[in-house]
Design a protein around this ligand. Structure first.
Ligand code: ES4
Ligand code: ZN
Length: 335
């Protein structure tokens, strides 16, 4: 088995991280206080209670119910900056060199917090991370699939200037997967593409939902990579396509265990992905809630796939860099 020191030194990229999912209890409670937010009675009221809850979720929806409550403490531009900056500082110590990070504008605009404020706070943290830590990054806005597609389209309209300028580099689709298939968002993705033809596209698919949602995300939404995507292994034809077109899956090992998608990391179809030449990266999803950041995810996979040698890890690392949305110059630096 490779060592944690070896994994630490690998030039790691993150492609599946929800910034709101980096809200640790030690920031959540001070922000609630600073902003005068009263958390609902059923929400854990102390760091200890909250950390205990973070250890157990029945499924994706059970998690999301908590996640959206936590998000309510984020109000000022500085709060969004503080959140993202704390994340970048933490993962700098874990050997992260490039981060493509999600946020959910609708979690905030529905609370009358303007998209501009959220985006500016995150953007400032990204700029500081590059300047002071050498971590390059891209912002990806996600649409909440449990909301009306019309509301999602309106959110894209609010984001128009940021999409035009490339400050928002990509579009994703998250929240409860199974009841809300990709076809509901065809017009939203078309609209976003029409604003900036260079906008990168991804979507959560095949986490709890079927392989069909993966192929539909590629065909109907024109996504160029897929978040989670692990249920693709149940469709041979899709697997061949992912390999042929080198569509990267952004796999989240610790998340999949915490949300009971699998019982343990060893059950993830990672060997099958490798053997089928389907590229994937390893990611942390909502690290404050799922028990670990990027290196912790790498280390857990190494522990549960002890037969993987340095060459296998080098290959995973290379796929992760090649599947990134940074420019070729940055890729060459990282490779
Ligand atoms: C999420 Cl794990 C997961 N799945 C879907 N949407 C999400 N938003 C934040 N975490
Ligand atoms: Zn996710």
């Amino acid at each position: 088995m490779v060592s944690r020191e070896f994994l630490q030194e690998l030039p790691k990229c993150e492609h599946h991280l929800h910034l709101e999912g980096t809200l640790e209890p030690d920031l959540l409670f001070p922000l609630a206080k600073r902003n005068g937010i009263t958390l609902p009675a059923e929400f854990p009221q102390s760091v200890a209670e909250l950390e205990a809850k973070y250890c157990q979720f029945r499924d994706l929806q059970d998690f999301l119910d908590y996640y959206y409550i936590g998000t309510n403490v984020l109000i000022e531009e500085q709060d969004f900056f503080d959140l993202a900056w704390a994340y970048f500082q933490r993962v700098h110590q874990q050997g992260l060199v490039h981060a493509e990070v999600f946020y959910d504008p609708q979690s905030h605009t529905t609370r009358s917090i303007p998209l501009e404020r959220v985006t500016r706070g995150f953007q400032r943290a990204c700029e500081r991370a590059e300047k002071e830590l050498g971590i390059t990054s891209k912002l990806i806005m996600c649409l909440l699939r449990h909301m009306e597609p019309e509301h999602c389209a309106e959110t894209i309209e609010q984001a128009r200037p940021f999409i035009e300028q490339g400050i928002i580099h990509g579009l994703g689709l998250d929240s409860a997967e199974k009841p809300f298939p990709p076809e509901l968002f065809v017009e939203c993705y078309e609209k976003a593409r029409s604003i900036n033809g260079d906008l990168k596209l991804t979507a959560h698919a095949g986490e709890e939902g079927p392989a069909r949602y993966v192929s539909d995300s590629l065909d109907l939404l024109q996504a160029s990579r897929i978040d989670h995507g692990i249920n693709s292994v149940h469709d041979d034809e899709l697997m061949q396509r992912l390999a042929r077109e080198q569509v990267m899956l952004t796999v989240c090992p610790l998340s999949n265990v915490k949300l009971q998608v699998v019982q343990r990391v060893a059950q993830l179809p990672l060997q099958k992905l490798l053997d089928s030449n389907v590229p994937f990266s390893l990611n942390s999803d909502d690290p404050a809630y799922f028990g670990g950041y990027i290196l912790d995810n790498y280390a857990k996979v190494a522990e549960e796939f002890p037969q993987w040698d340095h060459a296998v890890w080098a290959r995973i690392c290379r796929h992760s860099i090649e599947g990134s949305w940074c420019d070729d110059k940055r890729k060459t630096e990282l490779l």
